[in-house]
Design a protein around this ligand. Structure first.
Ligand code: FAQ
Length: 328
């Protein structure tokens, strides 16, 4: 229940059509660059899409804490351990902000988490791959955080105010993560031959998942057109991928590293990058539950849900009941 709205999963696809006058007013507000607040009228499909997207984003942050989280005990040195712990904690904090933003649209957090652990809701493809070595964590913190920033800076200029507010704060923290990741990659890339090999191998492992991170090509994207019209998404999947190439491929080359795609090249005439097929079938398999770590990731979340239930129940209990003991 949110205000006078009771929505559990967002209106289904068969929800009654929106009032055309209200819809036209809403679209005029969007066109004028106004922000939409939770109590404002919004089309049922706008609400449904926002819940889908913000919820998937929130899940990506808590699941995203896991590949790097497994390295906290093995981080090389105390300073890096402290930094990694802080980063992982930040990612979980981002999930809190995003679940709160999604809740303003009427879907309770418990339902979102239930949909995650029961495989009804997606989360970012990249977190279904393992972090085999310390260099994997460096590449995640540099290039996946970089990709997330490209996406989130764009989304933060969007139309739904609570999501934009959450993203502004998240982007500040992600920028710090990126610097931490870059520092780790530079250390490895300028280190011993073994360290250089380790970071190159990690980059090779993550390249394809990073290509998938921005979503399918625009021609295959289901939601982009509608989401861009309503200013929920402020850049298309292909535009974000191009931005990533422009900003990060030169930095990768600068470190003497290579990209595992022989077809990657910038067309000097158009300024556009062309790249080899990153295996979109693999992307589909991974986002639909059949990646290398999907089962493991969800099992960890399921255990966390079960073990933490008593804490959530205690917090939800009215204050007076919390102190009632058999002796009182
Ligand atoms: N992974 O029609 P489109 C992070 C799905 S946060 C999984 O193009 P859309 C921080 C899509 O949901 C990372 N599924 O979709 C961090 C849809 O399926 P559905 C997360 C994907 O929404 C860093 C179907 O494919 N960020 O990394 C993916 O227009 C380091 C059709 O696709 C966000 O969630 C994918 N990569 O565009 C944490 C940002 N791509 O729902 C720890 C918000 C597509 O119909 C360590 N989200 N799909 O069943 C967005 O901006 C958009 O949702 C896109 C996808 C751009 C991800």
């Amino acid at each position: 229940m949110y205000g006078n709205i009771t929505i559990v999963d967002g209106p289904g696809k068969d929800a009654p059509a929106d009032d055309p006058v209200k819809l036209a007013e809403f679209e005029a507000r969007i066109a004028a660059g106004e922000k939409i607040e939770p109590h404002d009228w919004m089309p049922a499909e706008y609400r449904r899409q926002l819940i889908r997207m913000i919820e998937q984003h929130a899940h990506s942050e808590i699941i995203g804490a896991l590949p790097e989280g497994t390295w906290i005990t093995r981080a090389p040195g105390f300073k890096r351990k402290m930094a990694l712990m802080a980063k992982v904690q930040d990612e979980v904090g981002h999930a809190q902000l995003l679940y709160s933003a999604a809740e303003t649209l009427g879907k309770p957090r418990e339902r979102m988490l239930d949909d995650l652990i029961n495989g009804r809701s997606k989360y970012s493809n990249v977190f279904n791959y393992p972090a085999f070595t310390w260099a994997d964590t460096a590449v995640i913190a540099w290039l996946i955080d970089a990709s997330a920033i490209i996406n989130q800076v764009a989304n933060s200029k969007g139309s739904y105010a609570p999501y934009c507010r959450a993203l502004e704060r998240i982007c500040q923290e992600e920028s710090f993560h990126l610097k931490y990741g870059y520092d780790n990659v530079v250390t490895l890339a300028t280190g011993t031959p073994t360290q250089r090999t380790m970071v190159q191998e990690a980059l090779n492992r993550w390249w394809r998942p990073i290509m998938h991170f921005f979503g399918p090509p625009d021609t295959a994207s289901q939601h982009t057109e509608k989401l861009m019209r309503w200013k929920v998404k402020m850049a298309s999947n292909d535009d974000m991928r191009q931005q990533f190439f422009n900003q990060y491929v030169p930095k990768i080359y600068e470190l003497g590293l290579t990209v595992p795609d022989a077809e990657l090249a910038k067309d000097p005439a158009t300024g556009k990058w062309t790249y080899g097929d990153p295996d979109w079938d693999e992307f589909k398999r991974v986002i639909n539950g059949d990646g290398p770590c999907n089962k493991e990731r969800l099992a960890v979340r399921k255990t966390a849900e079960e073990r933490g239930r008593w804490v959530r129940e205690a917090l939800a209990r009215p204050r007076e009941q919390q102190y009632v003991t058999p002796l009182s």
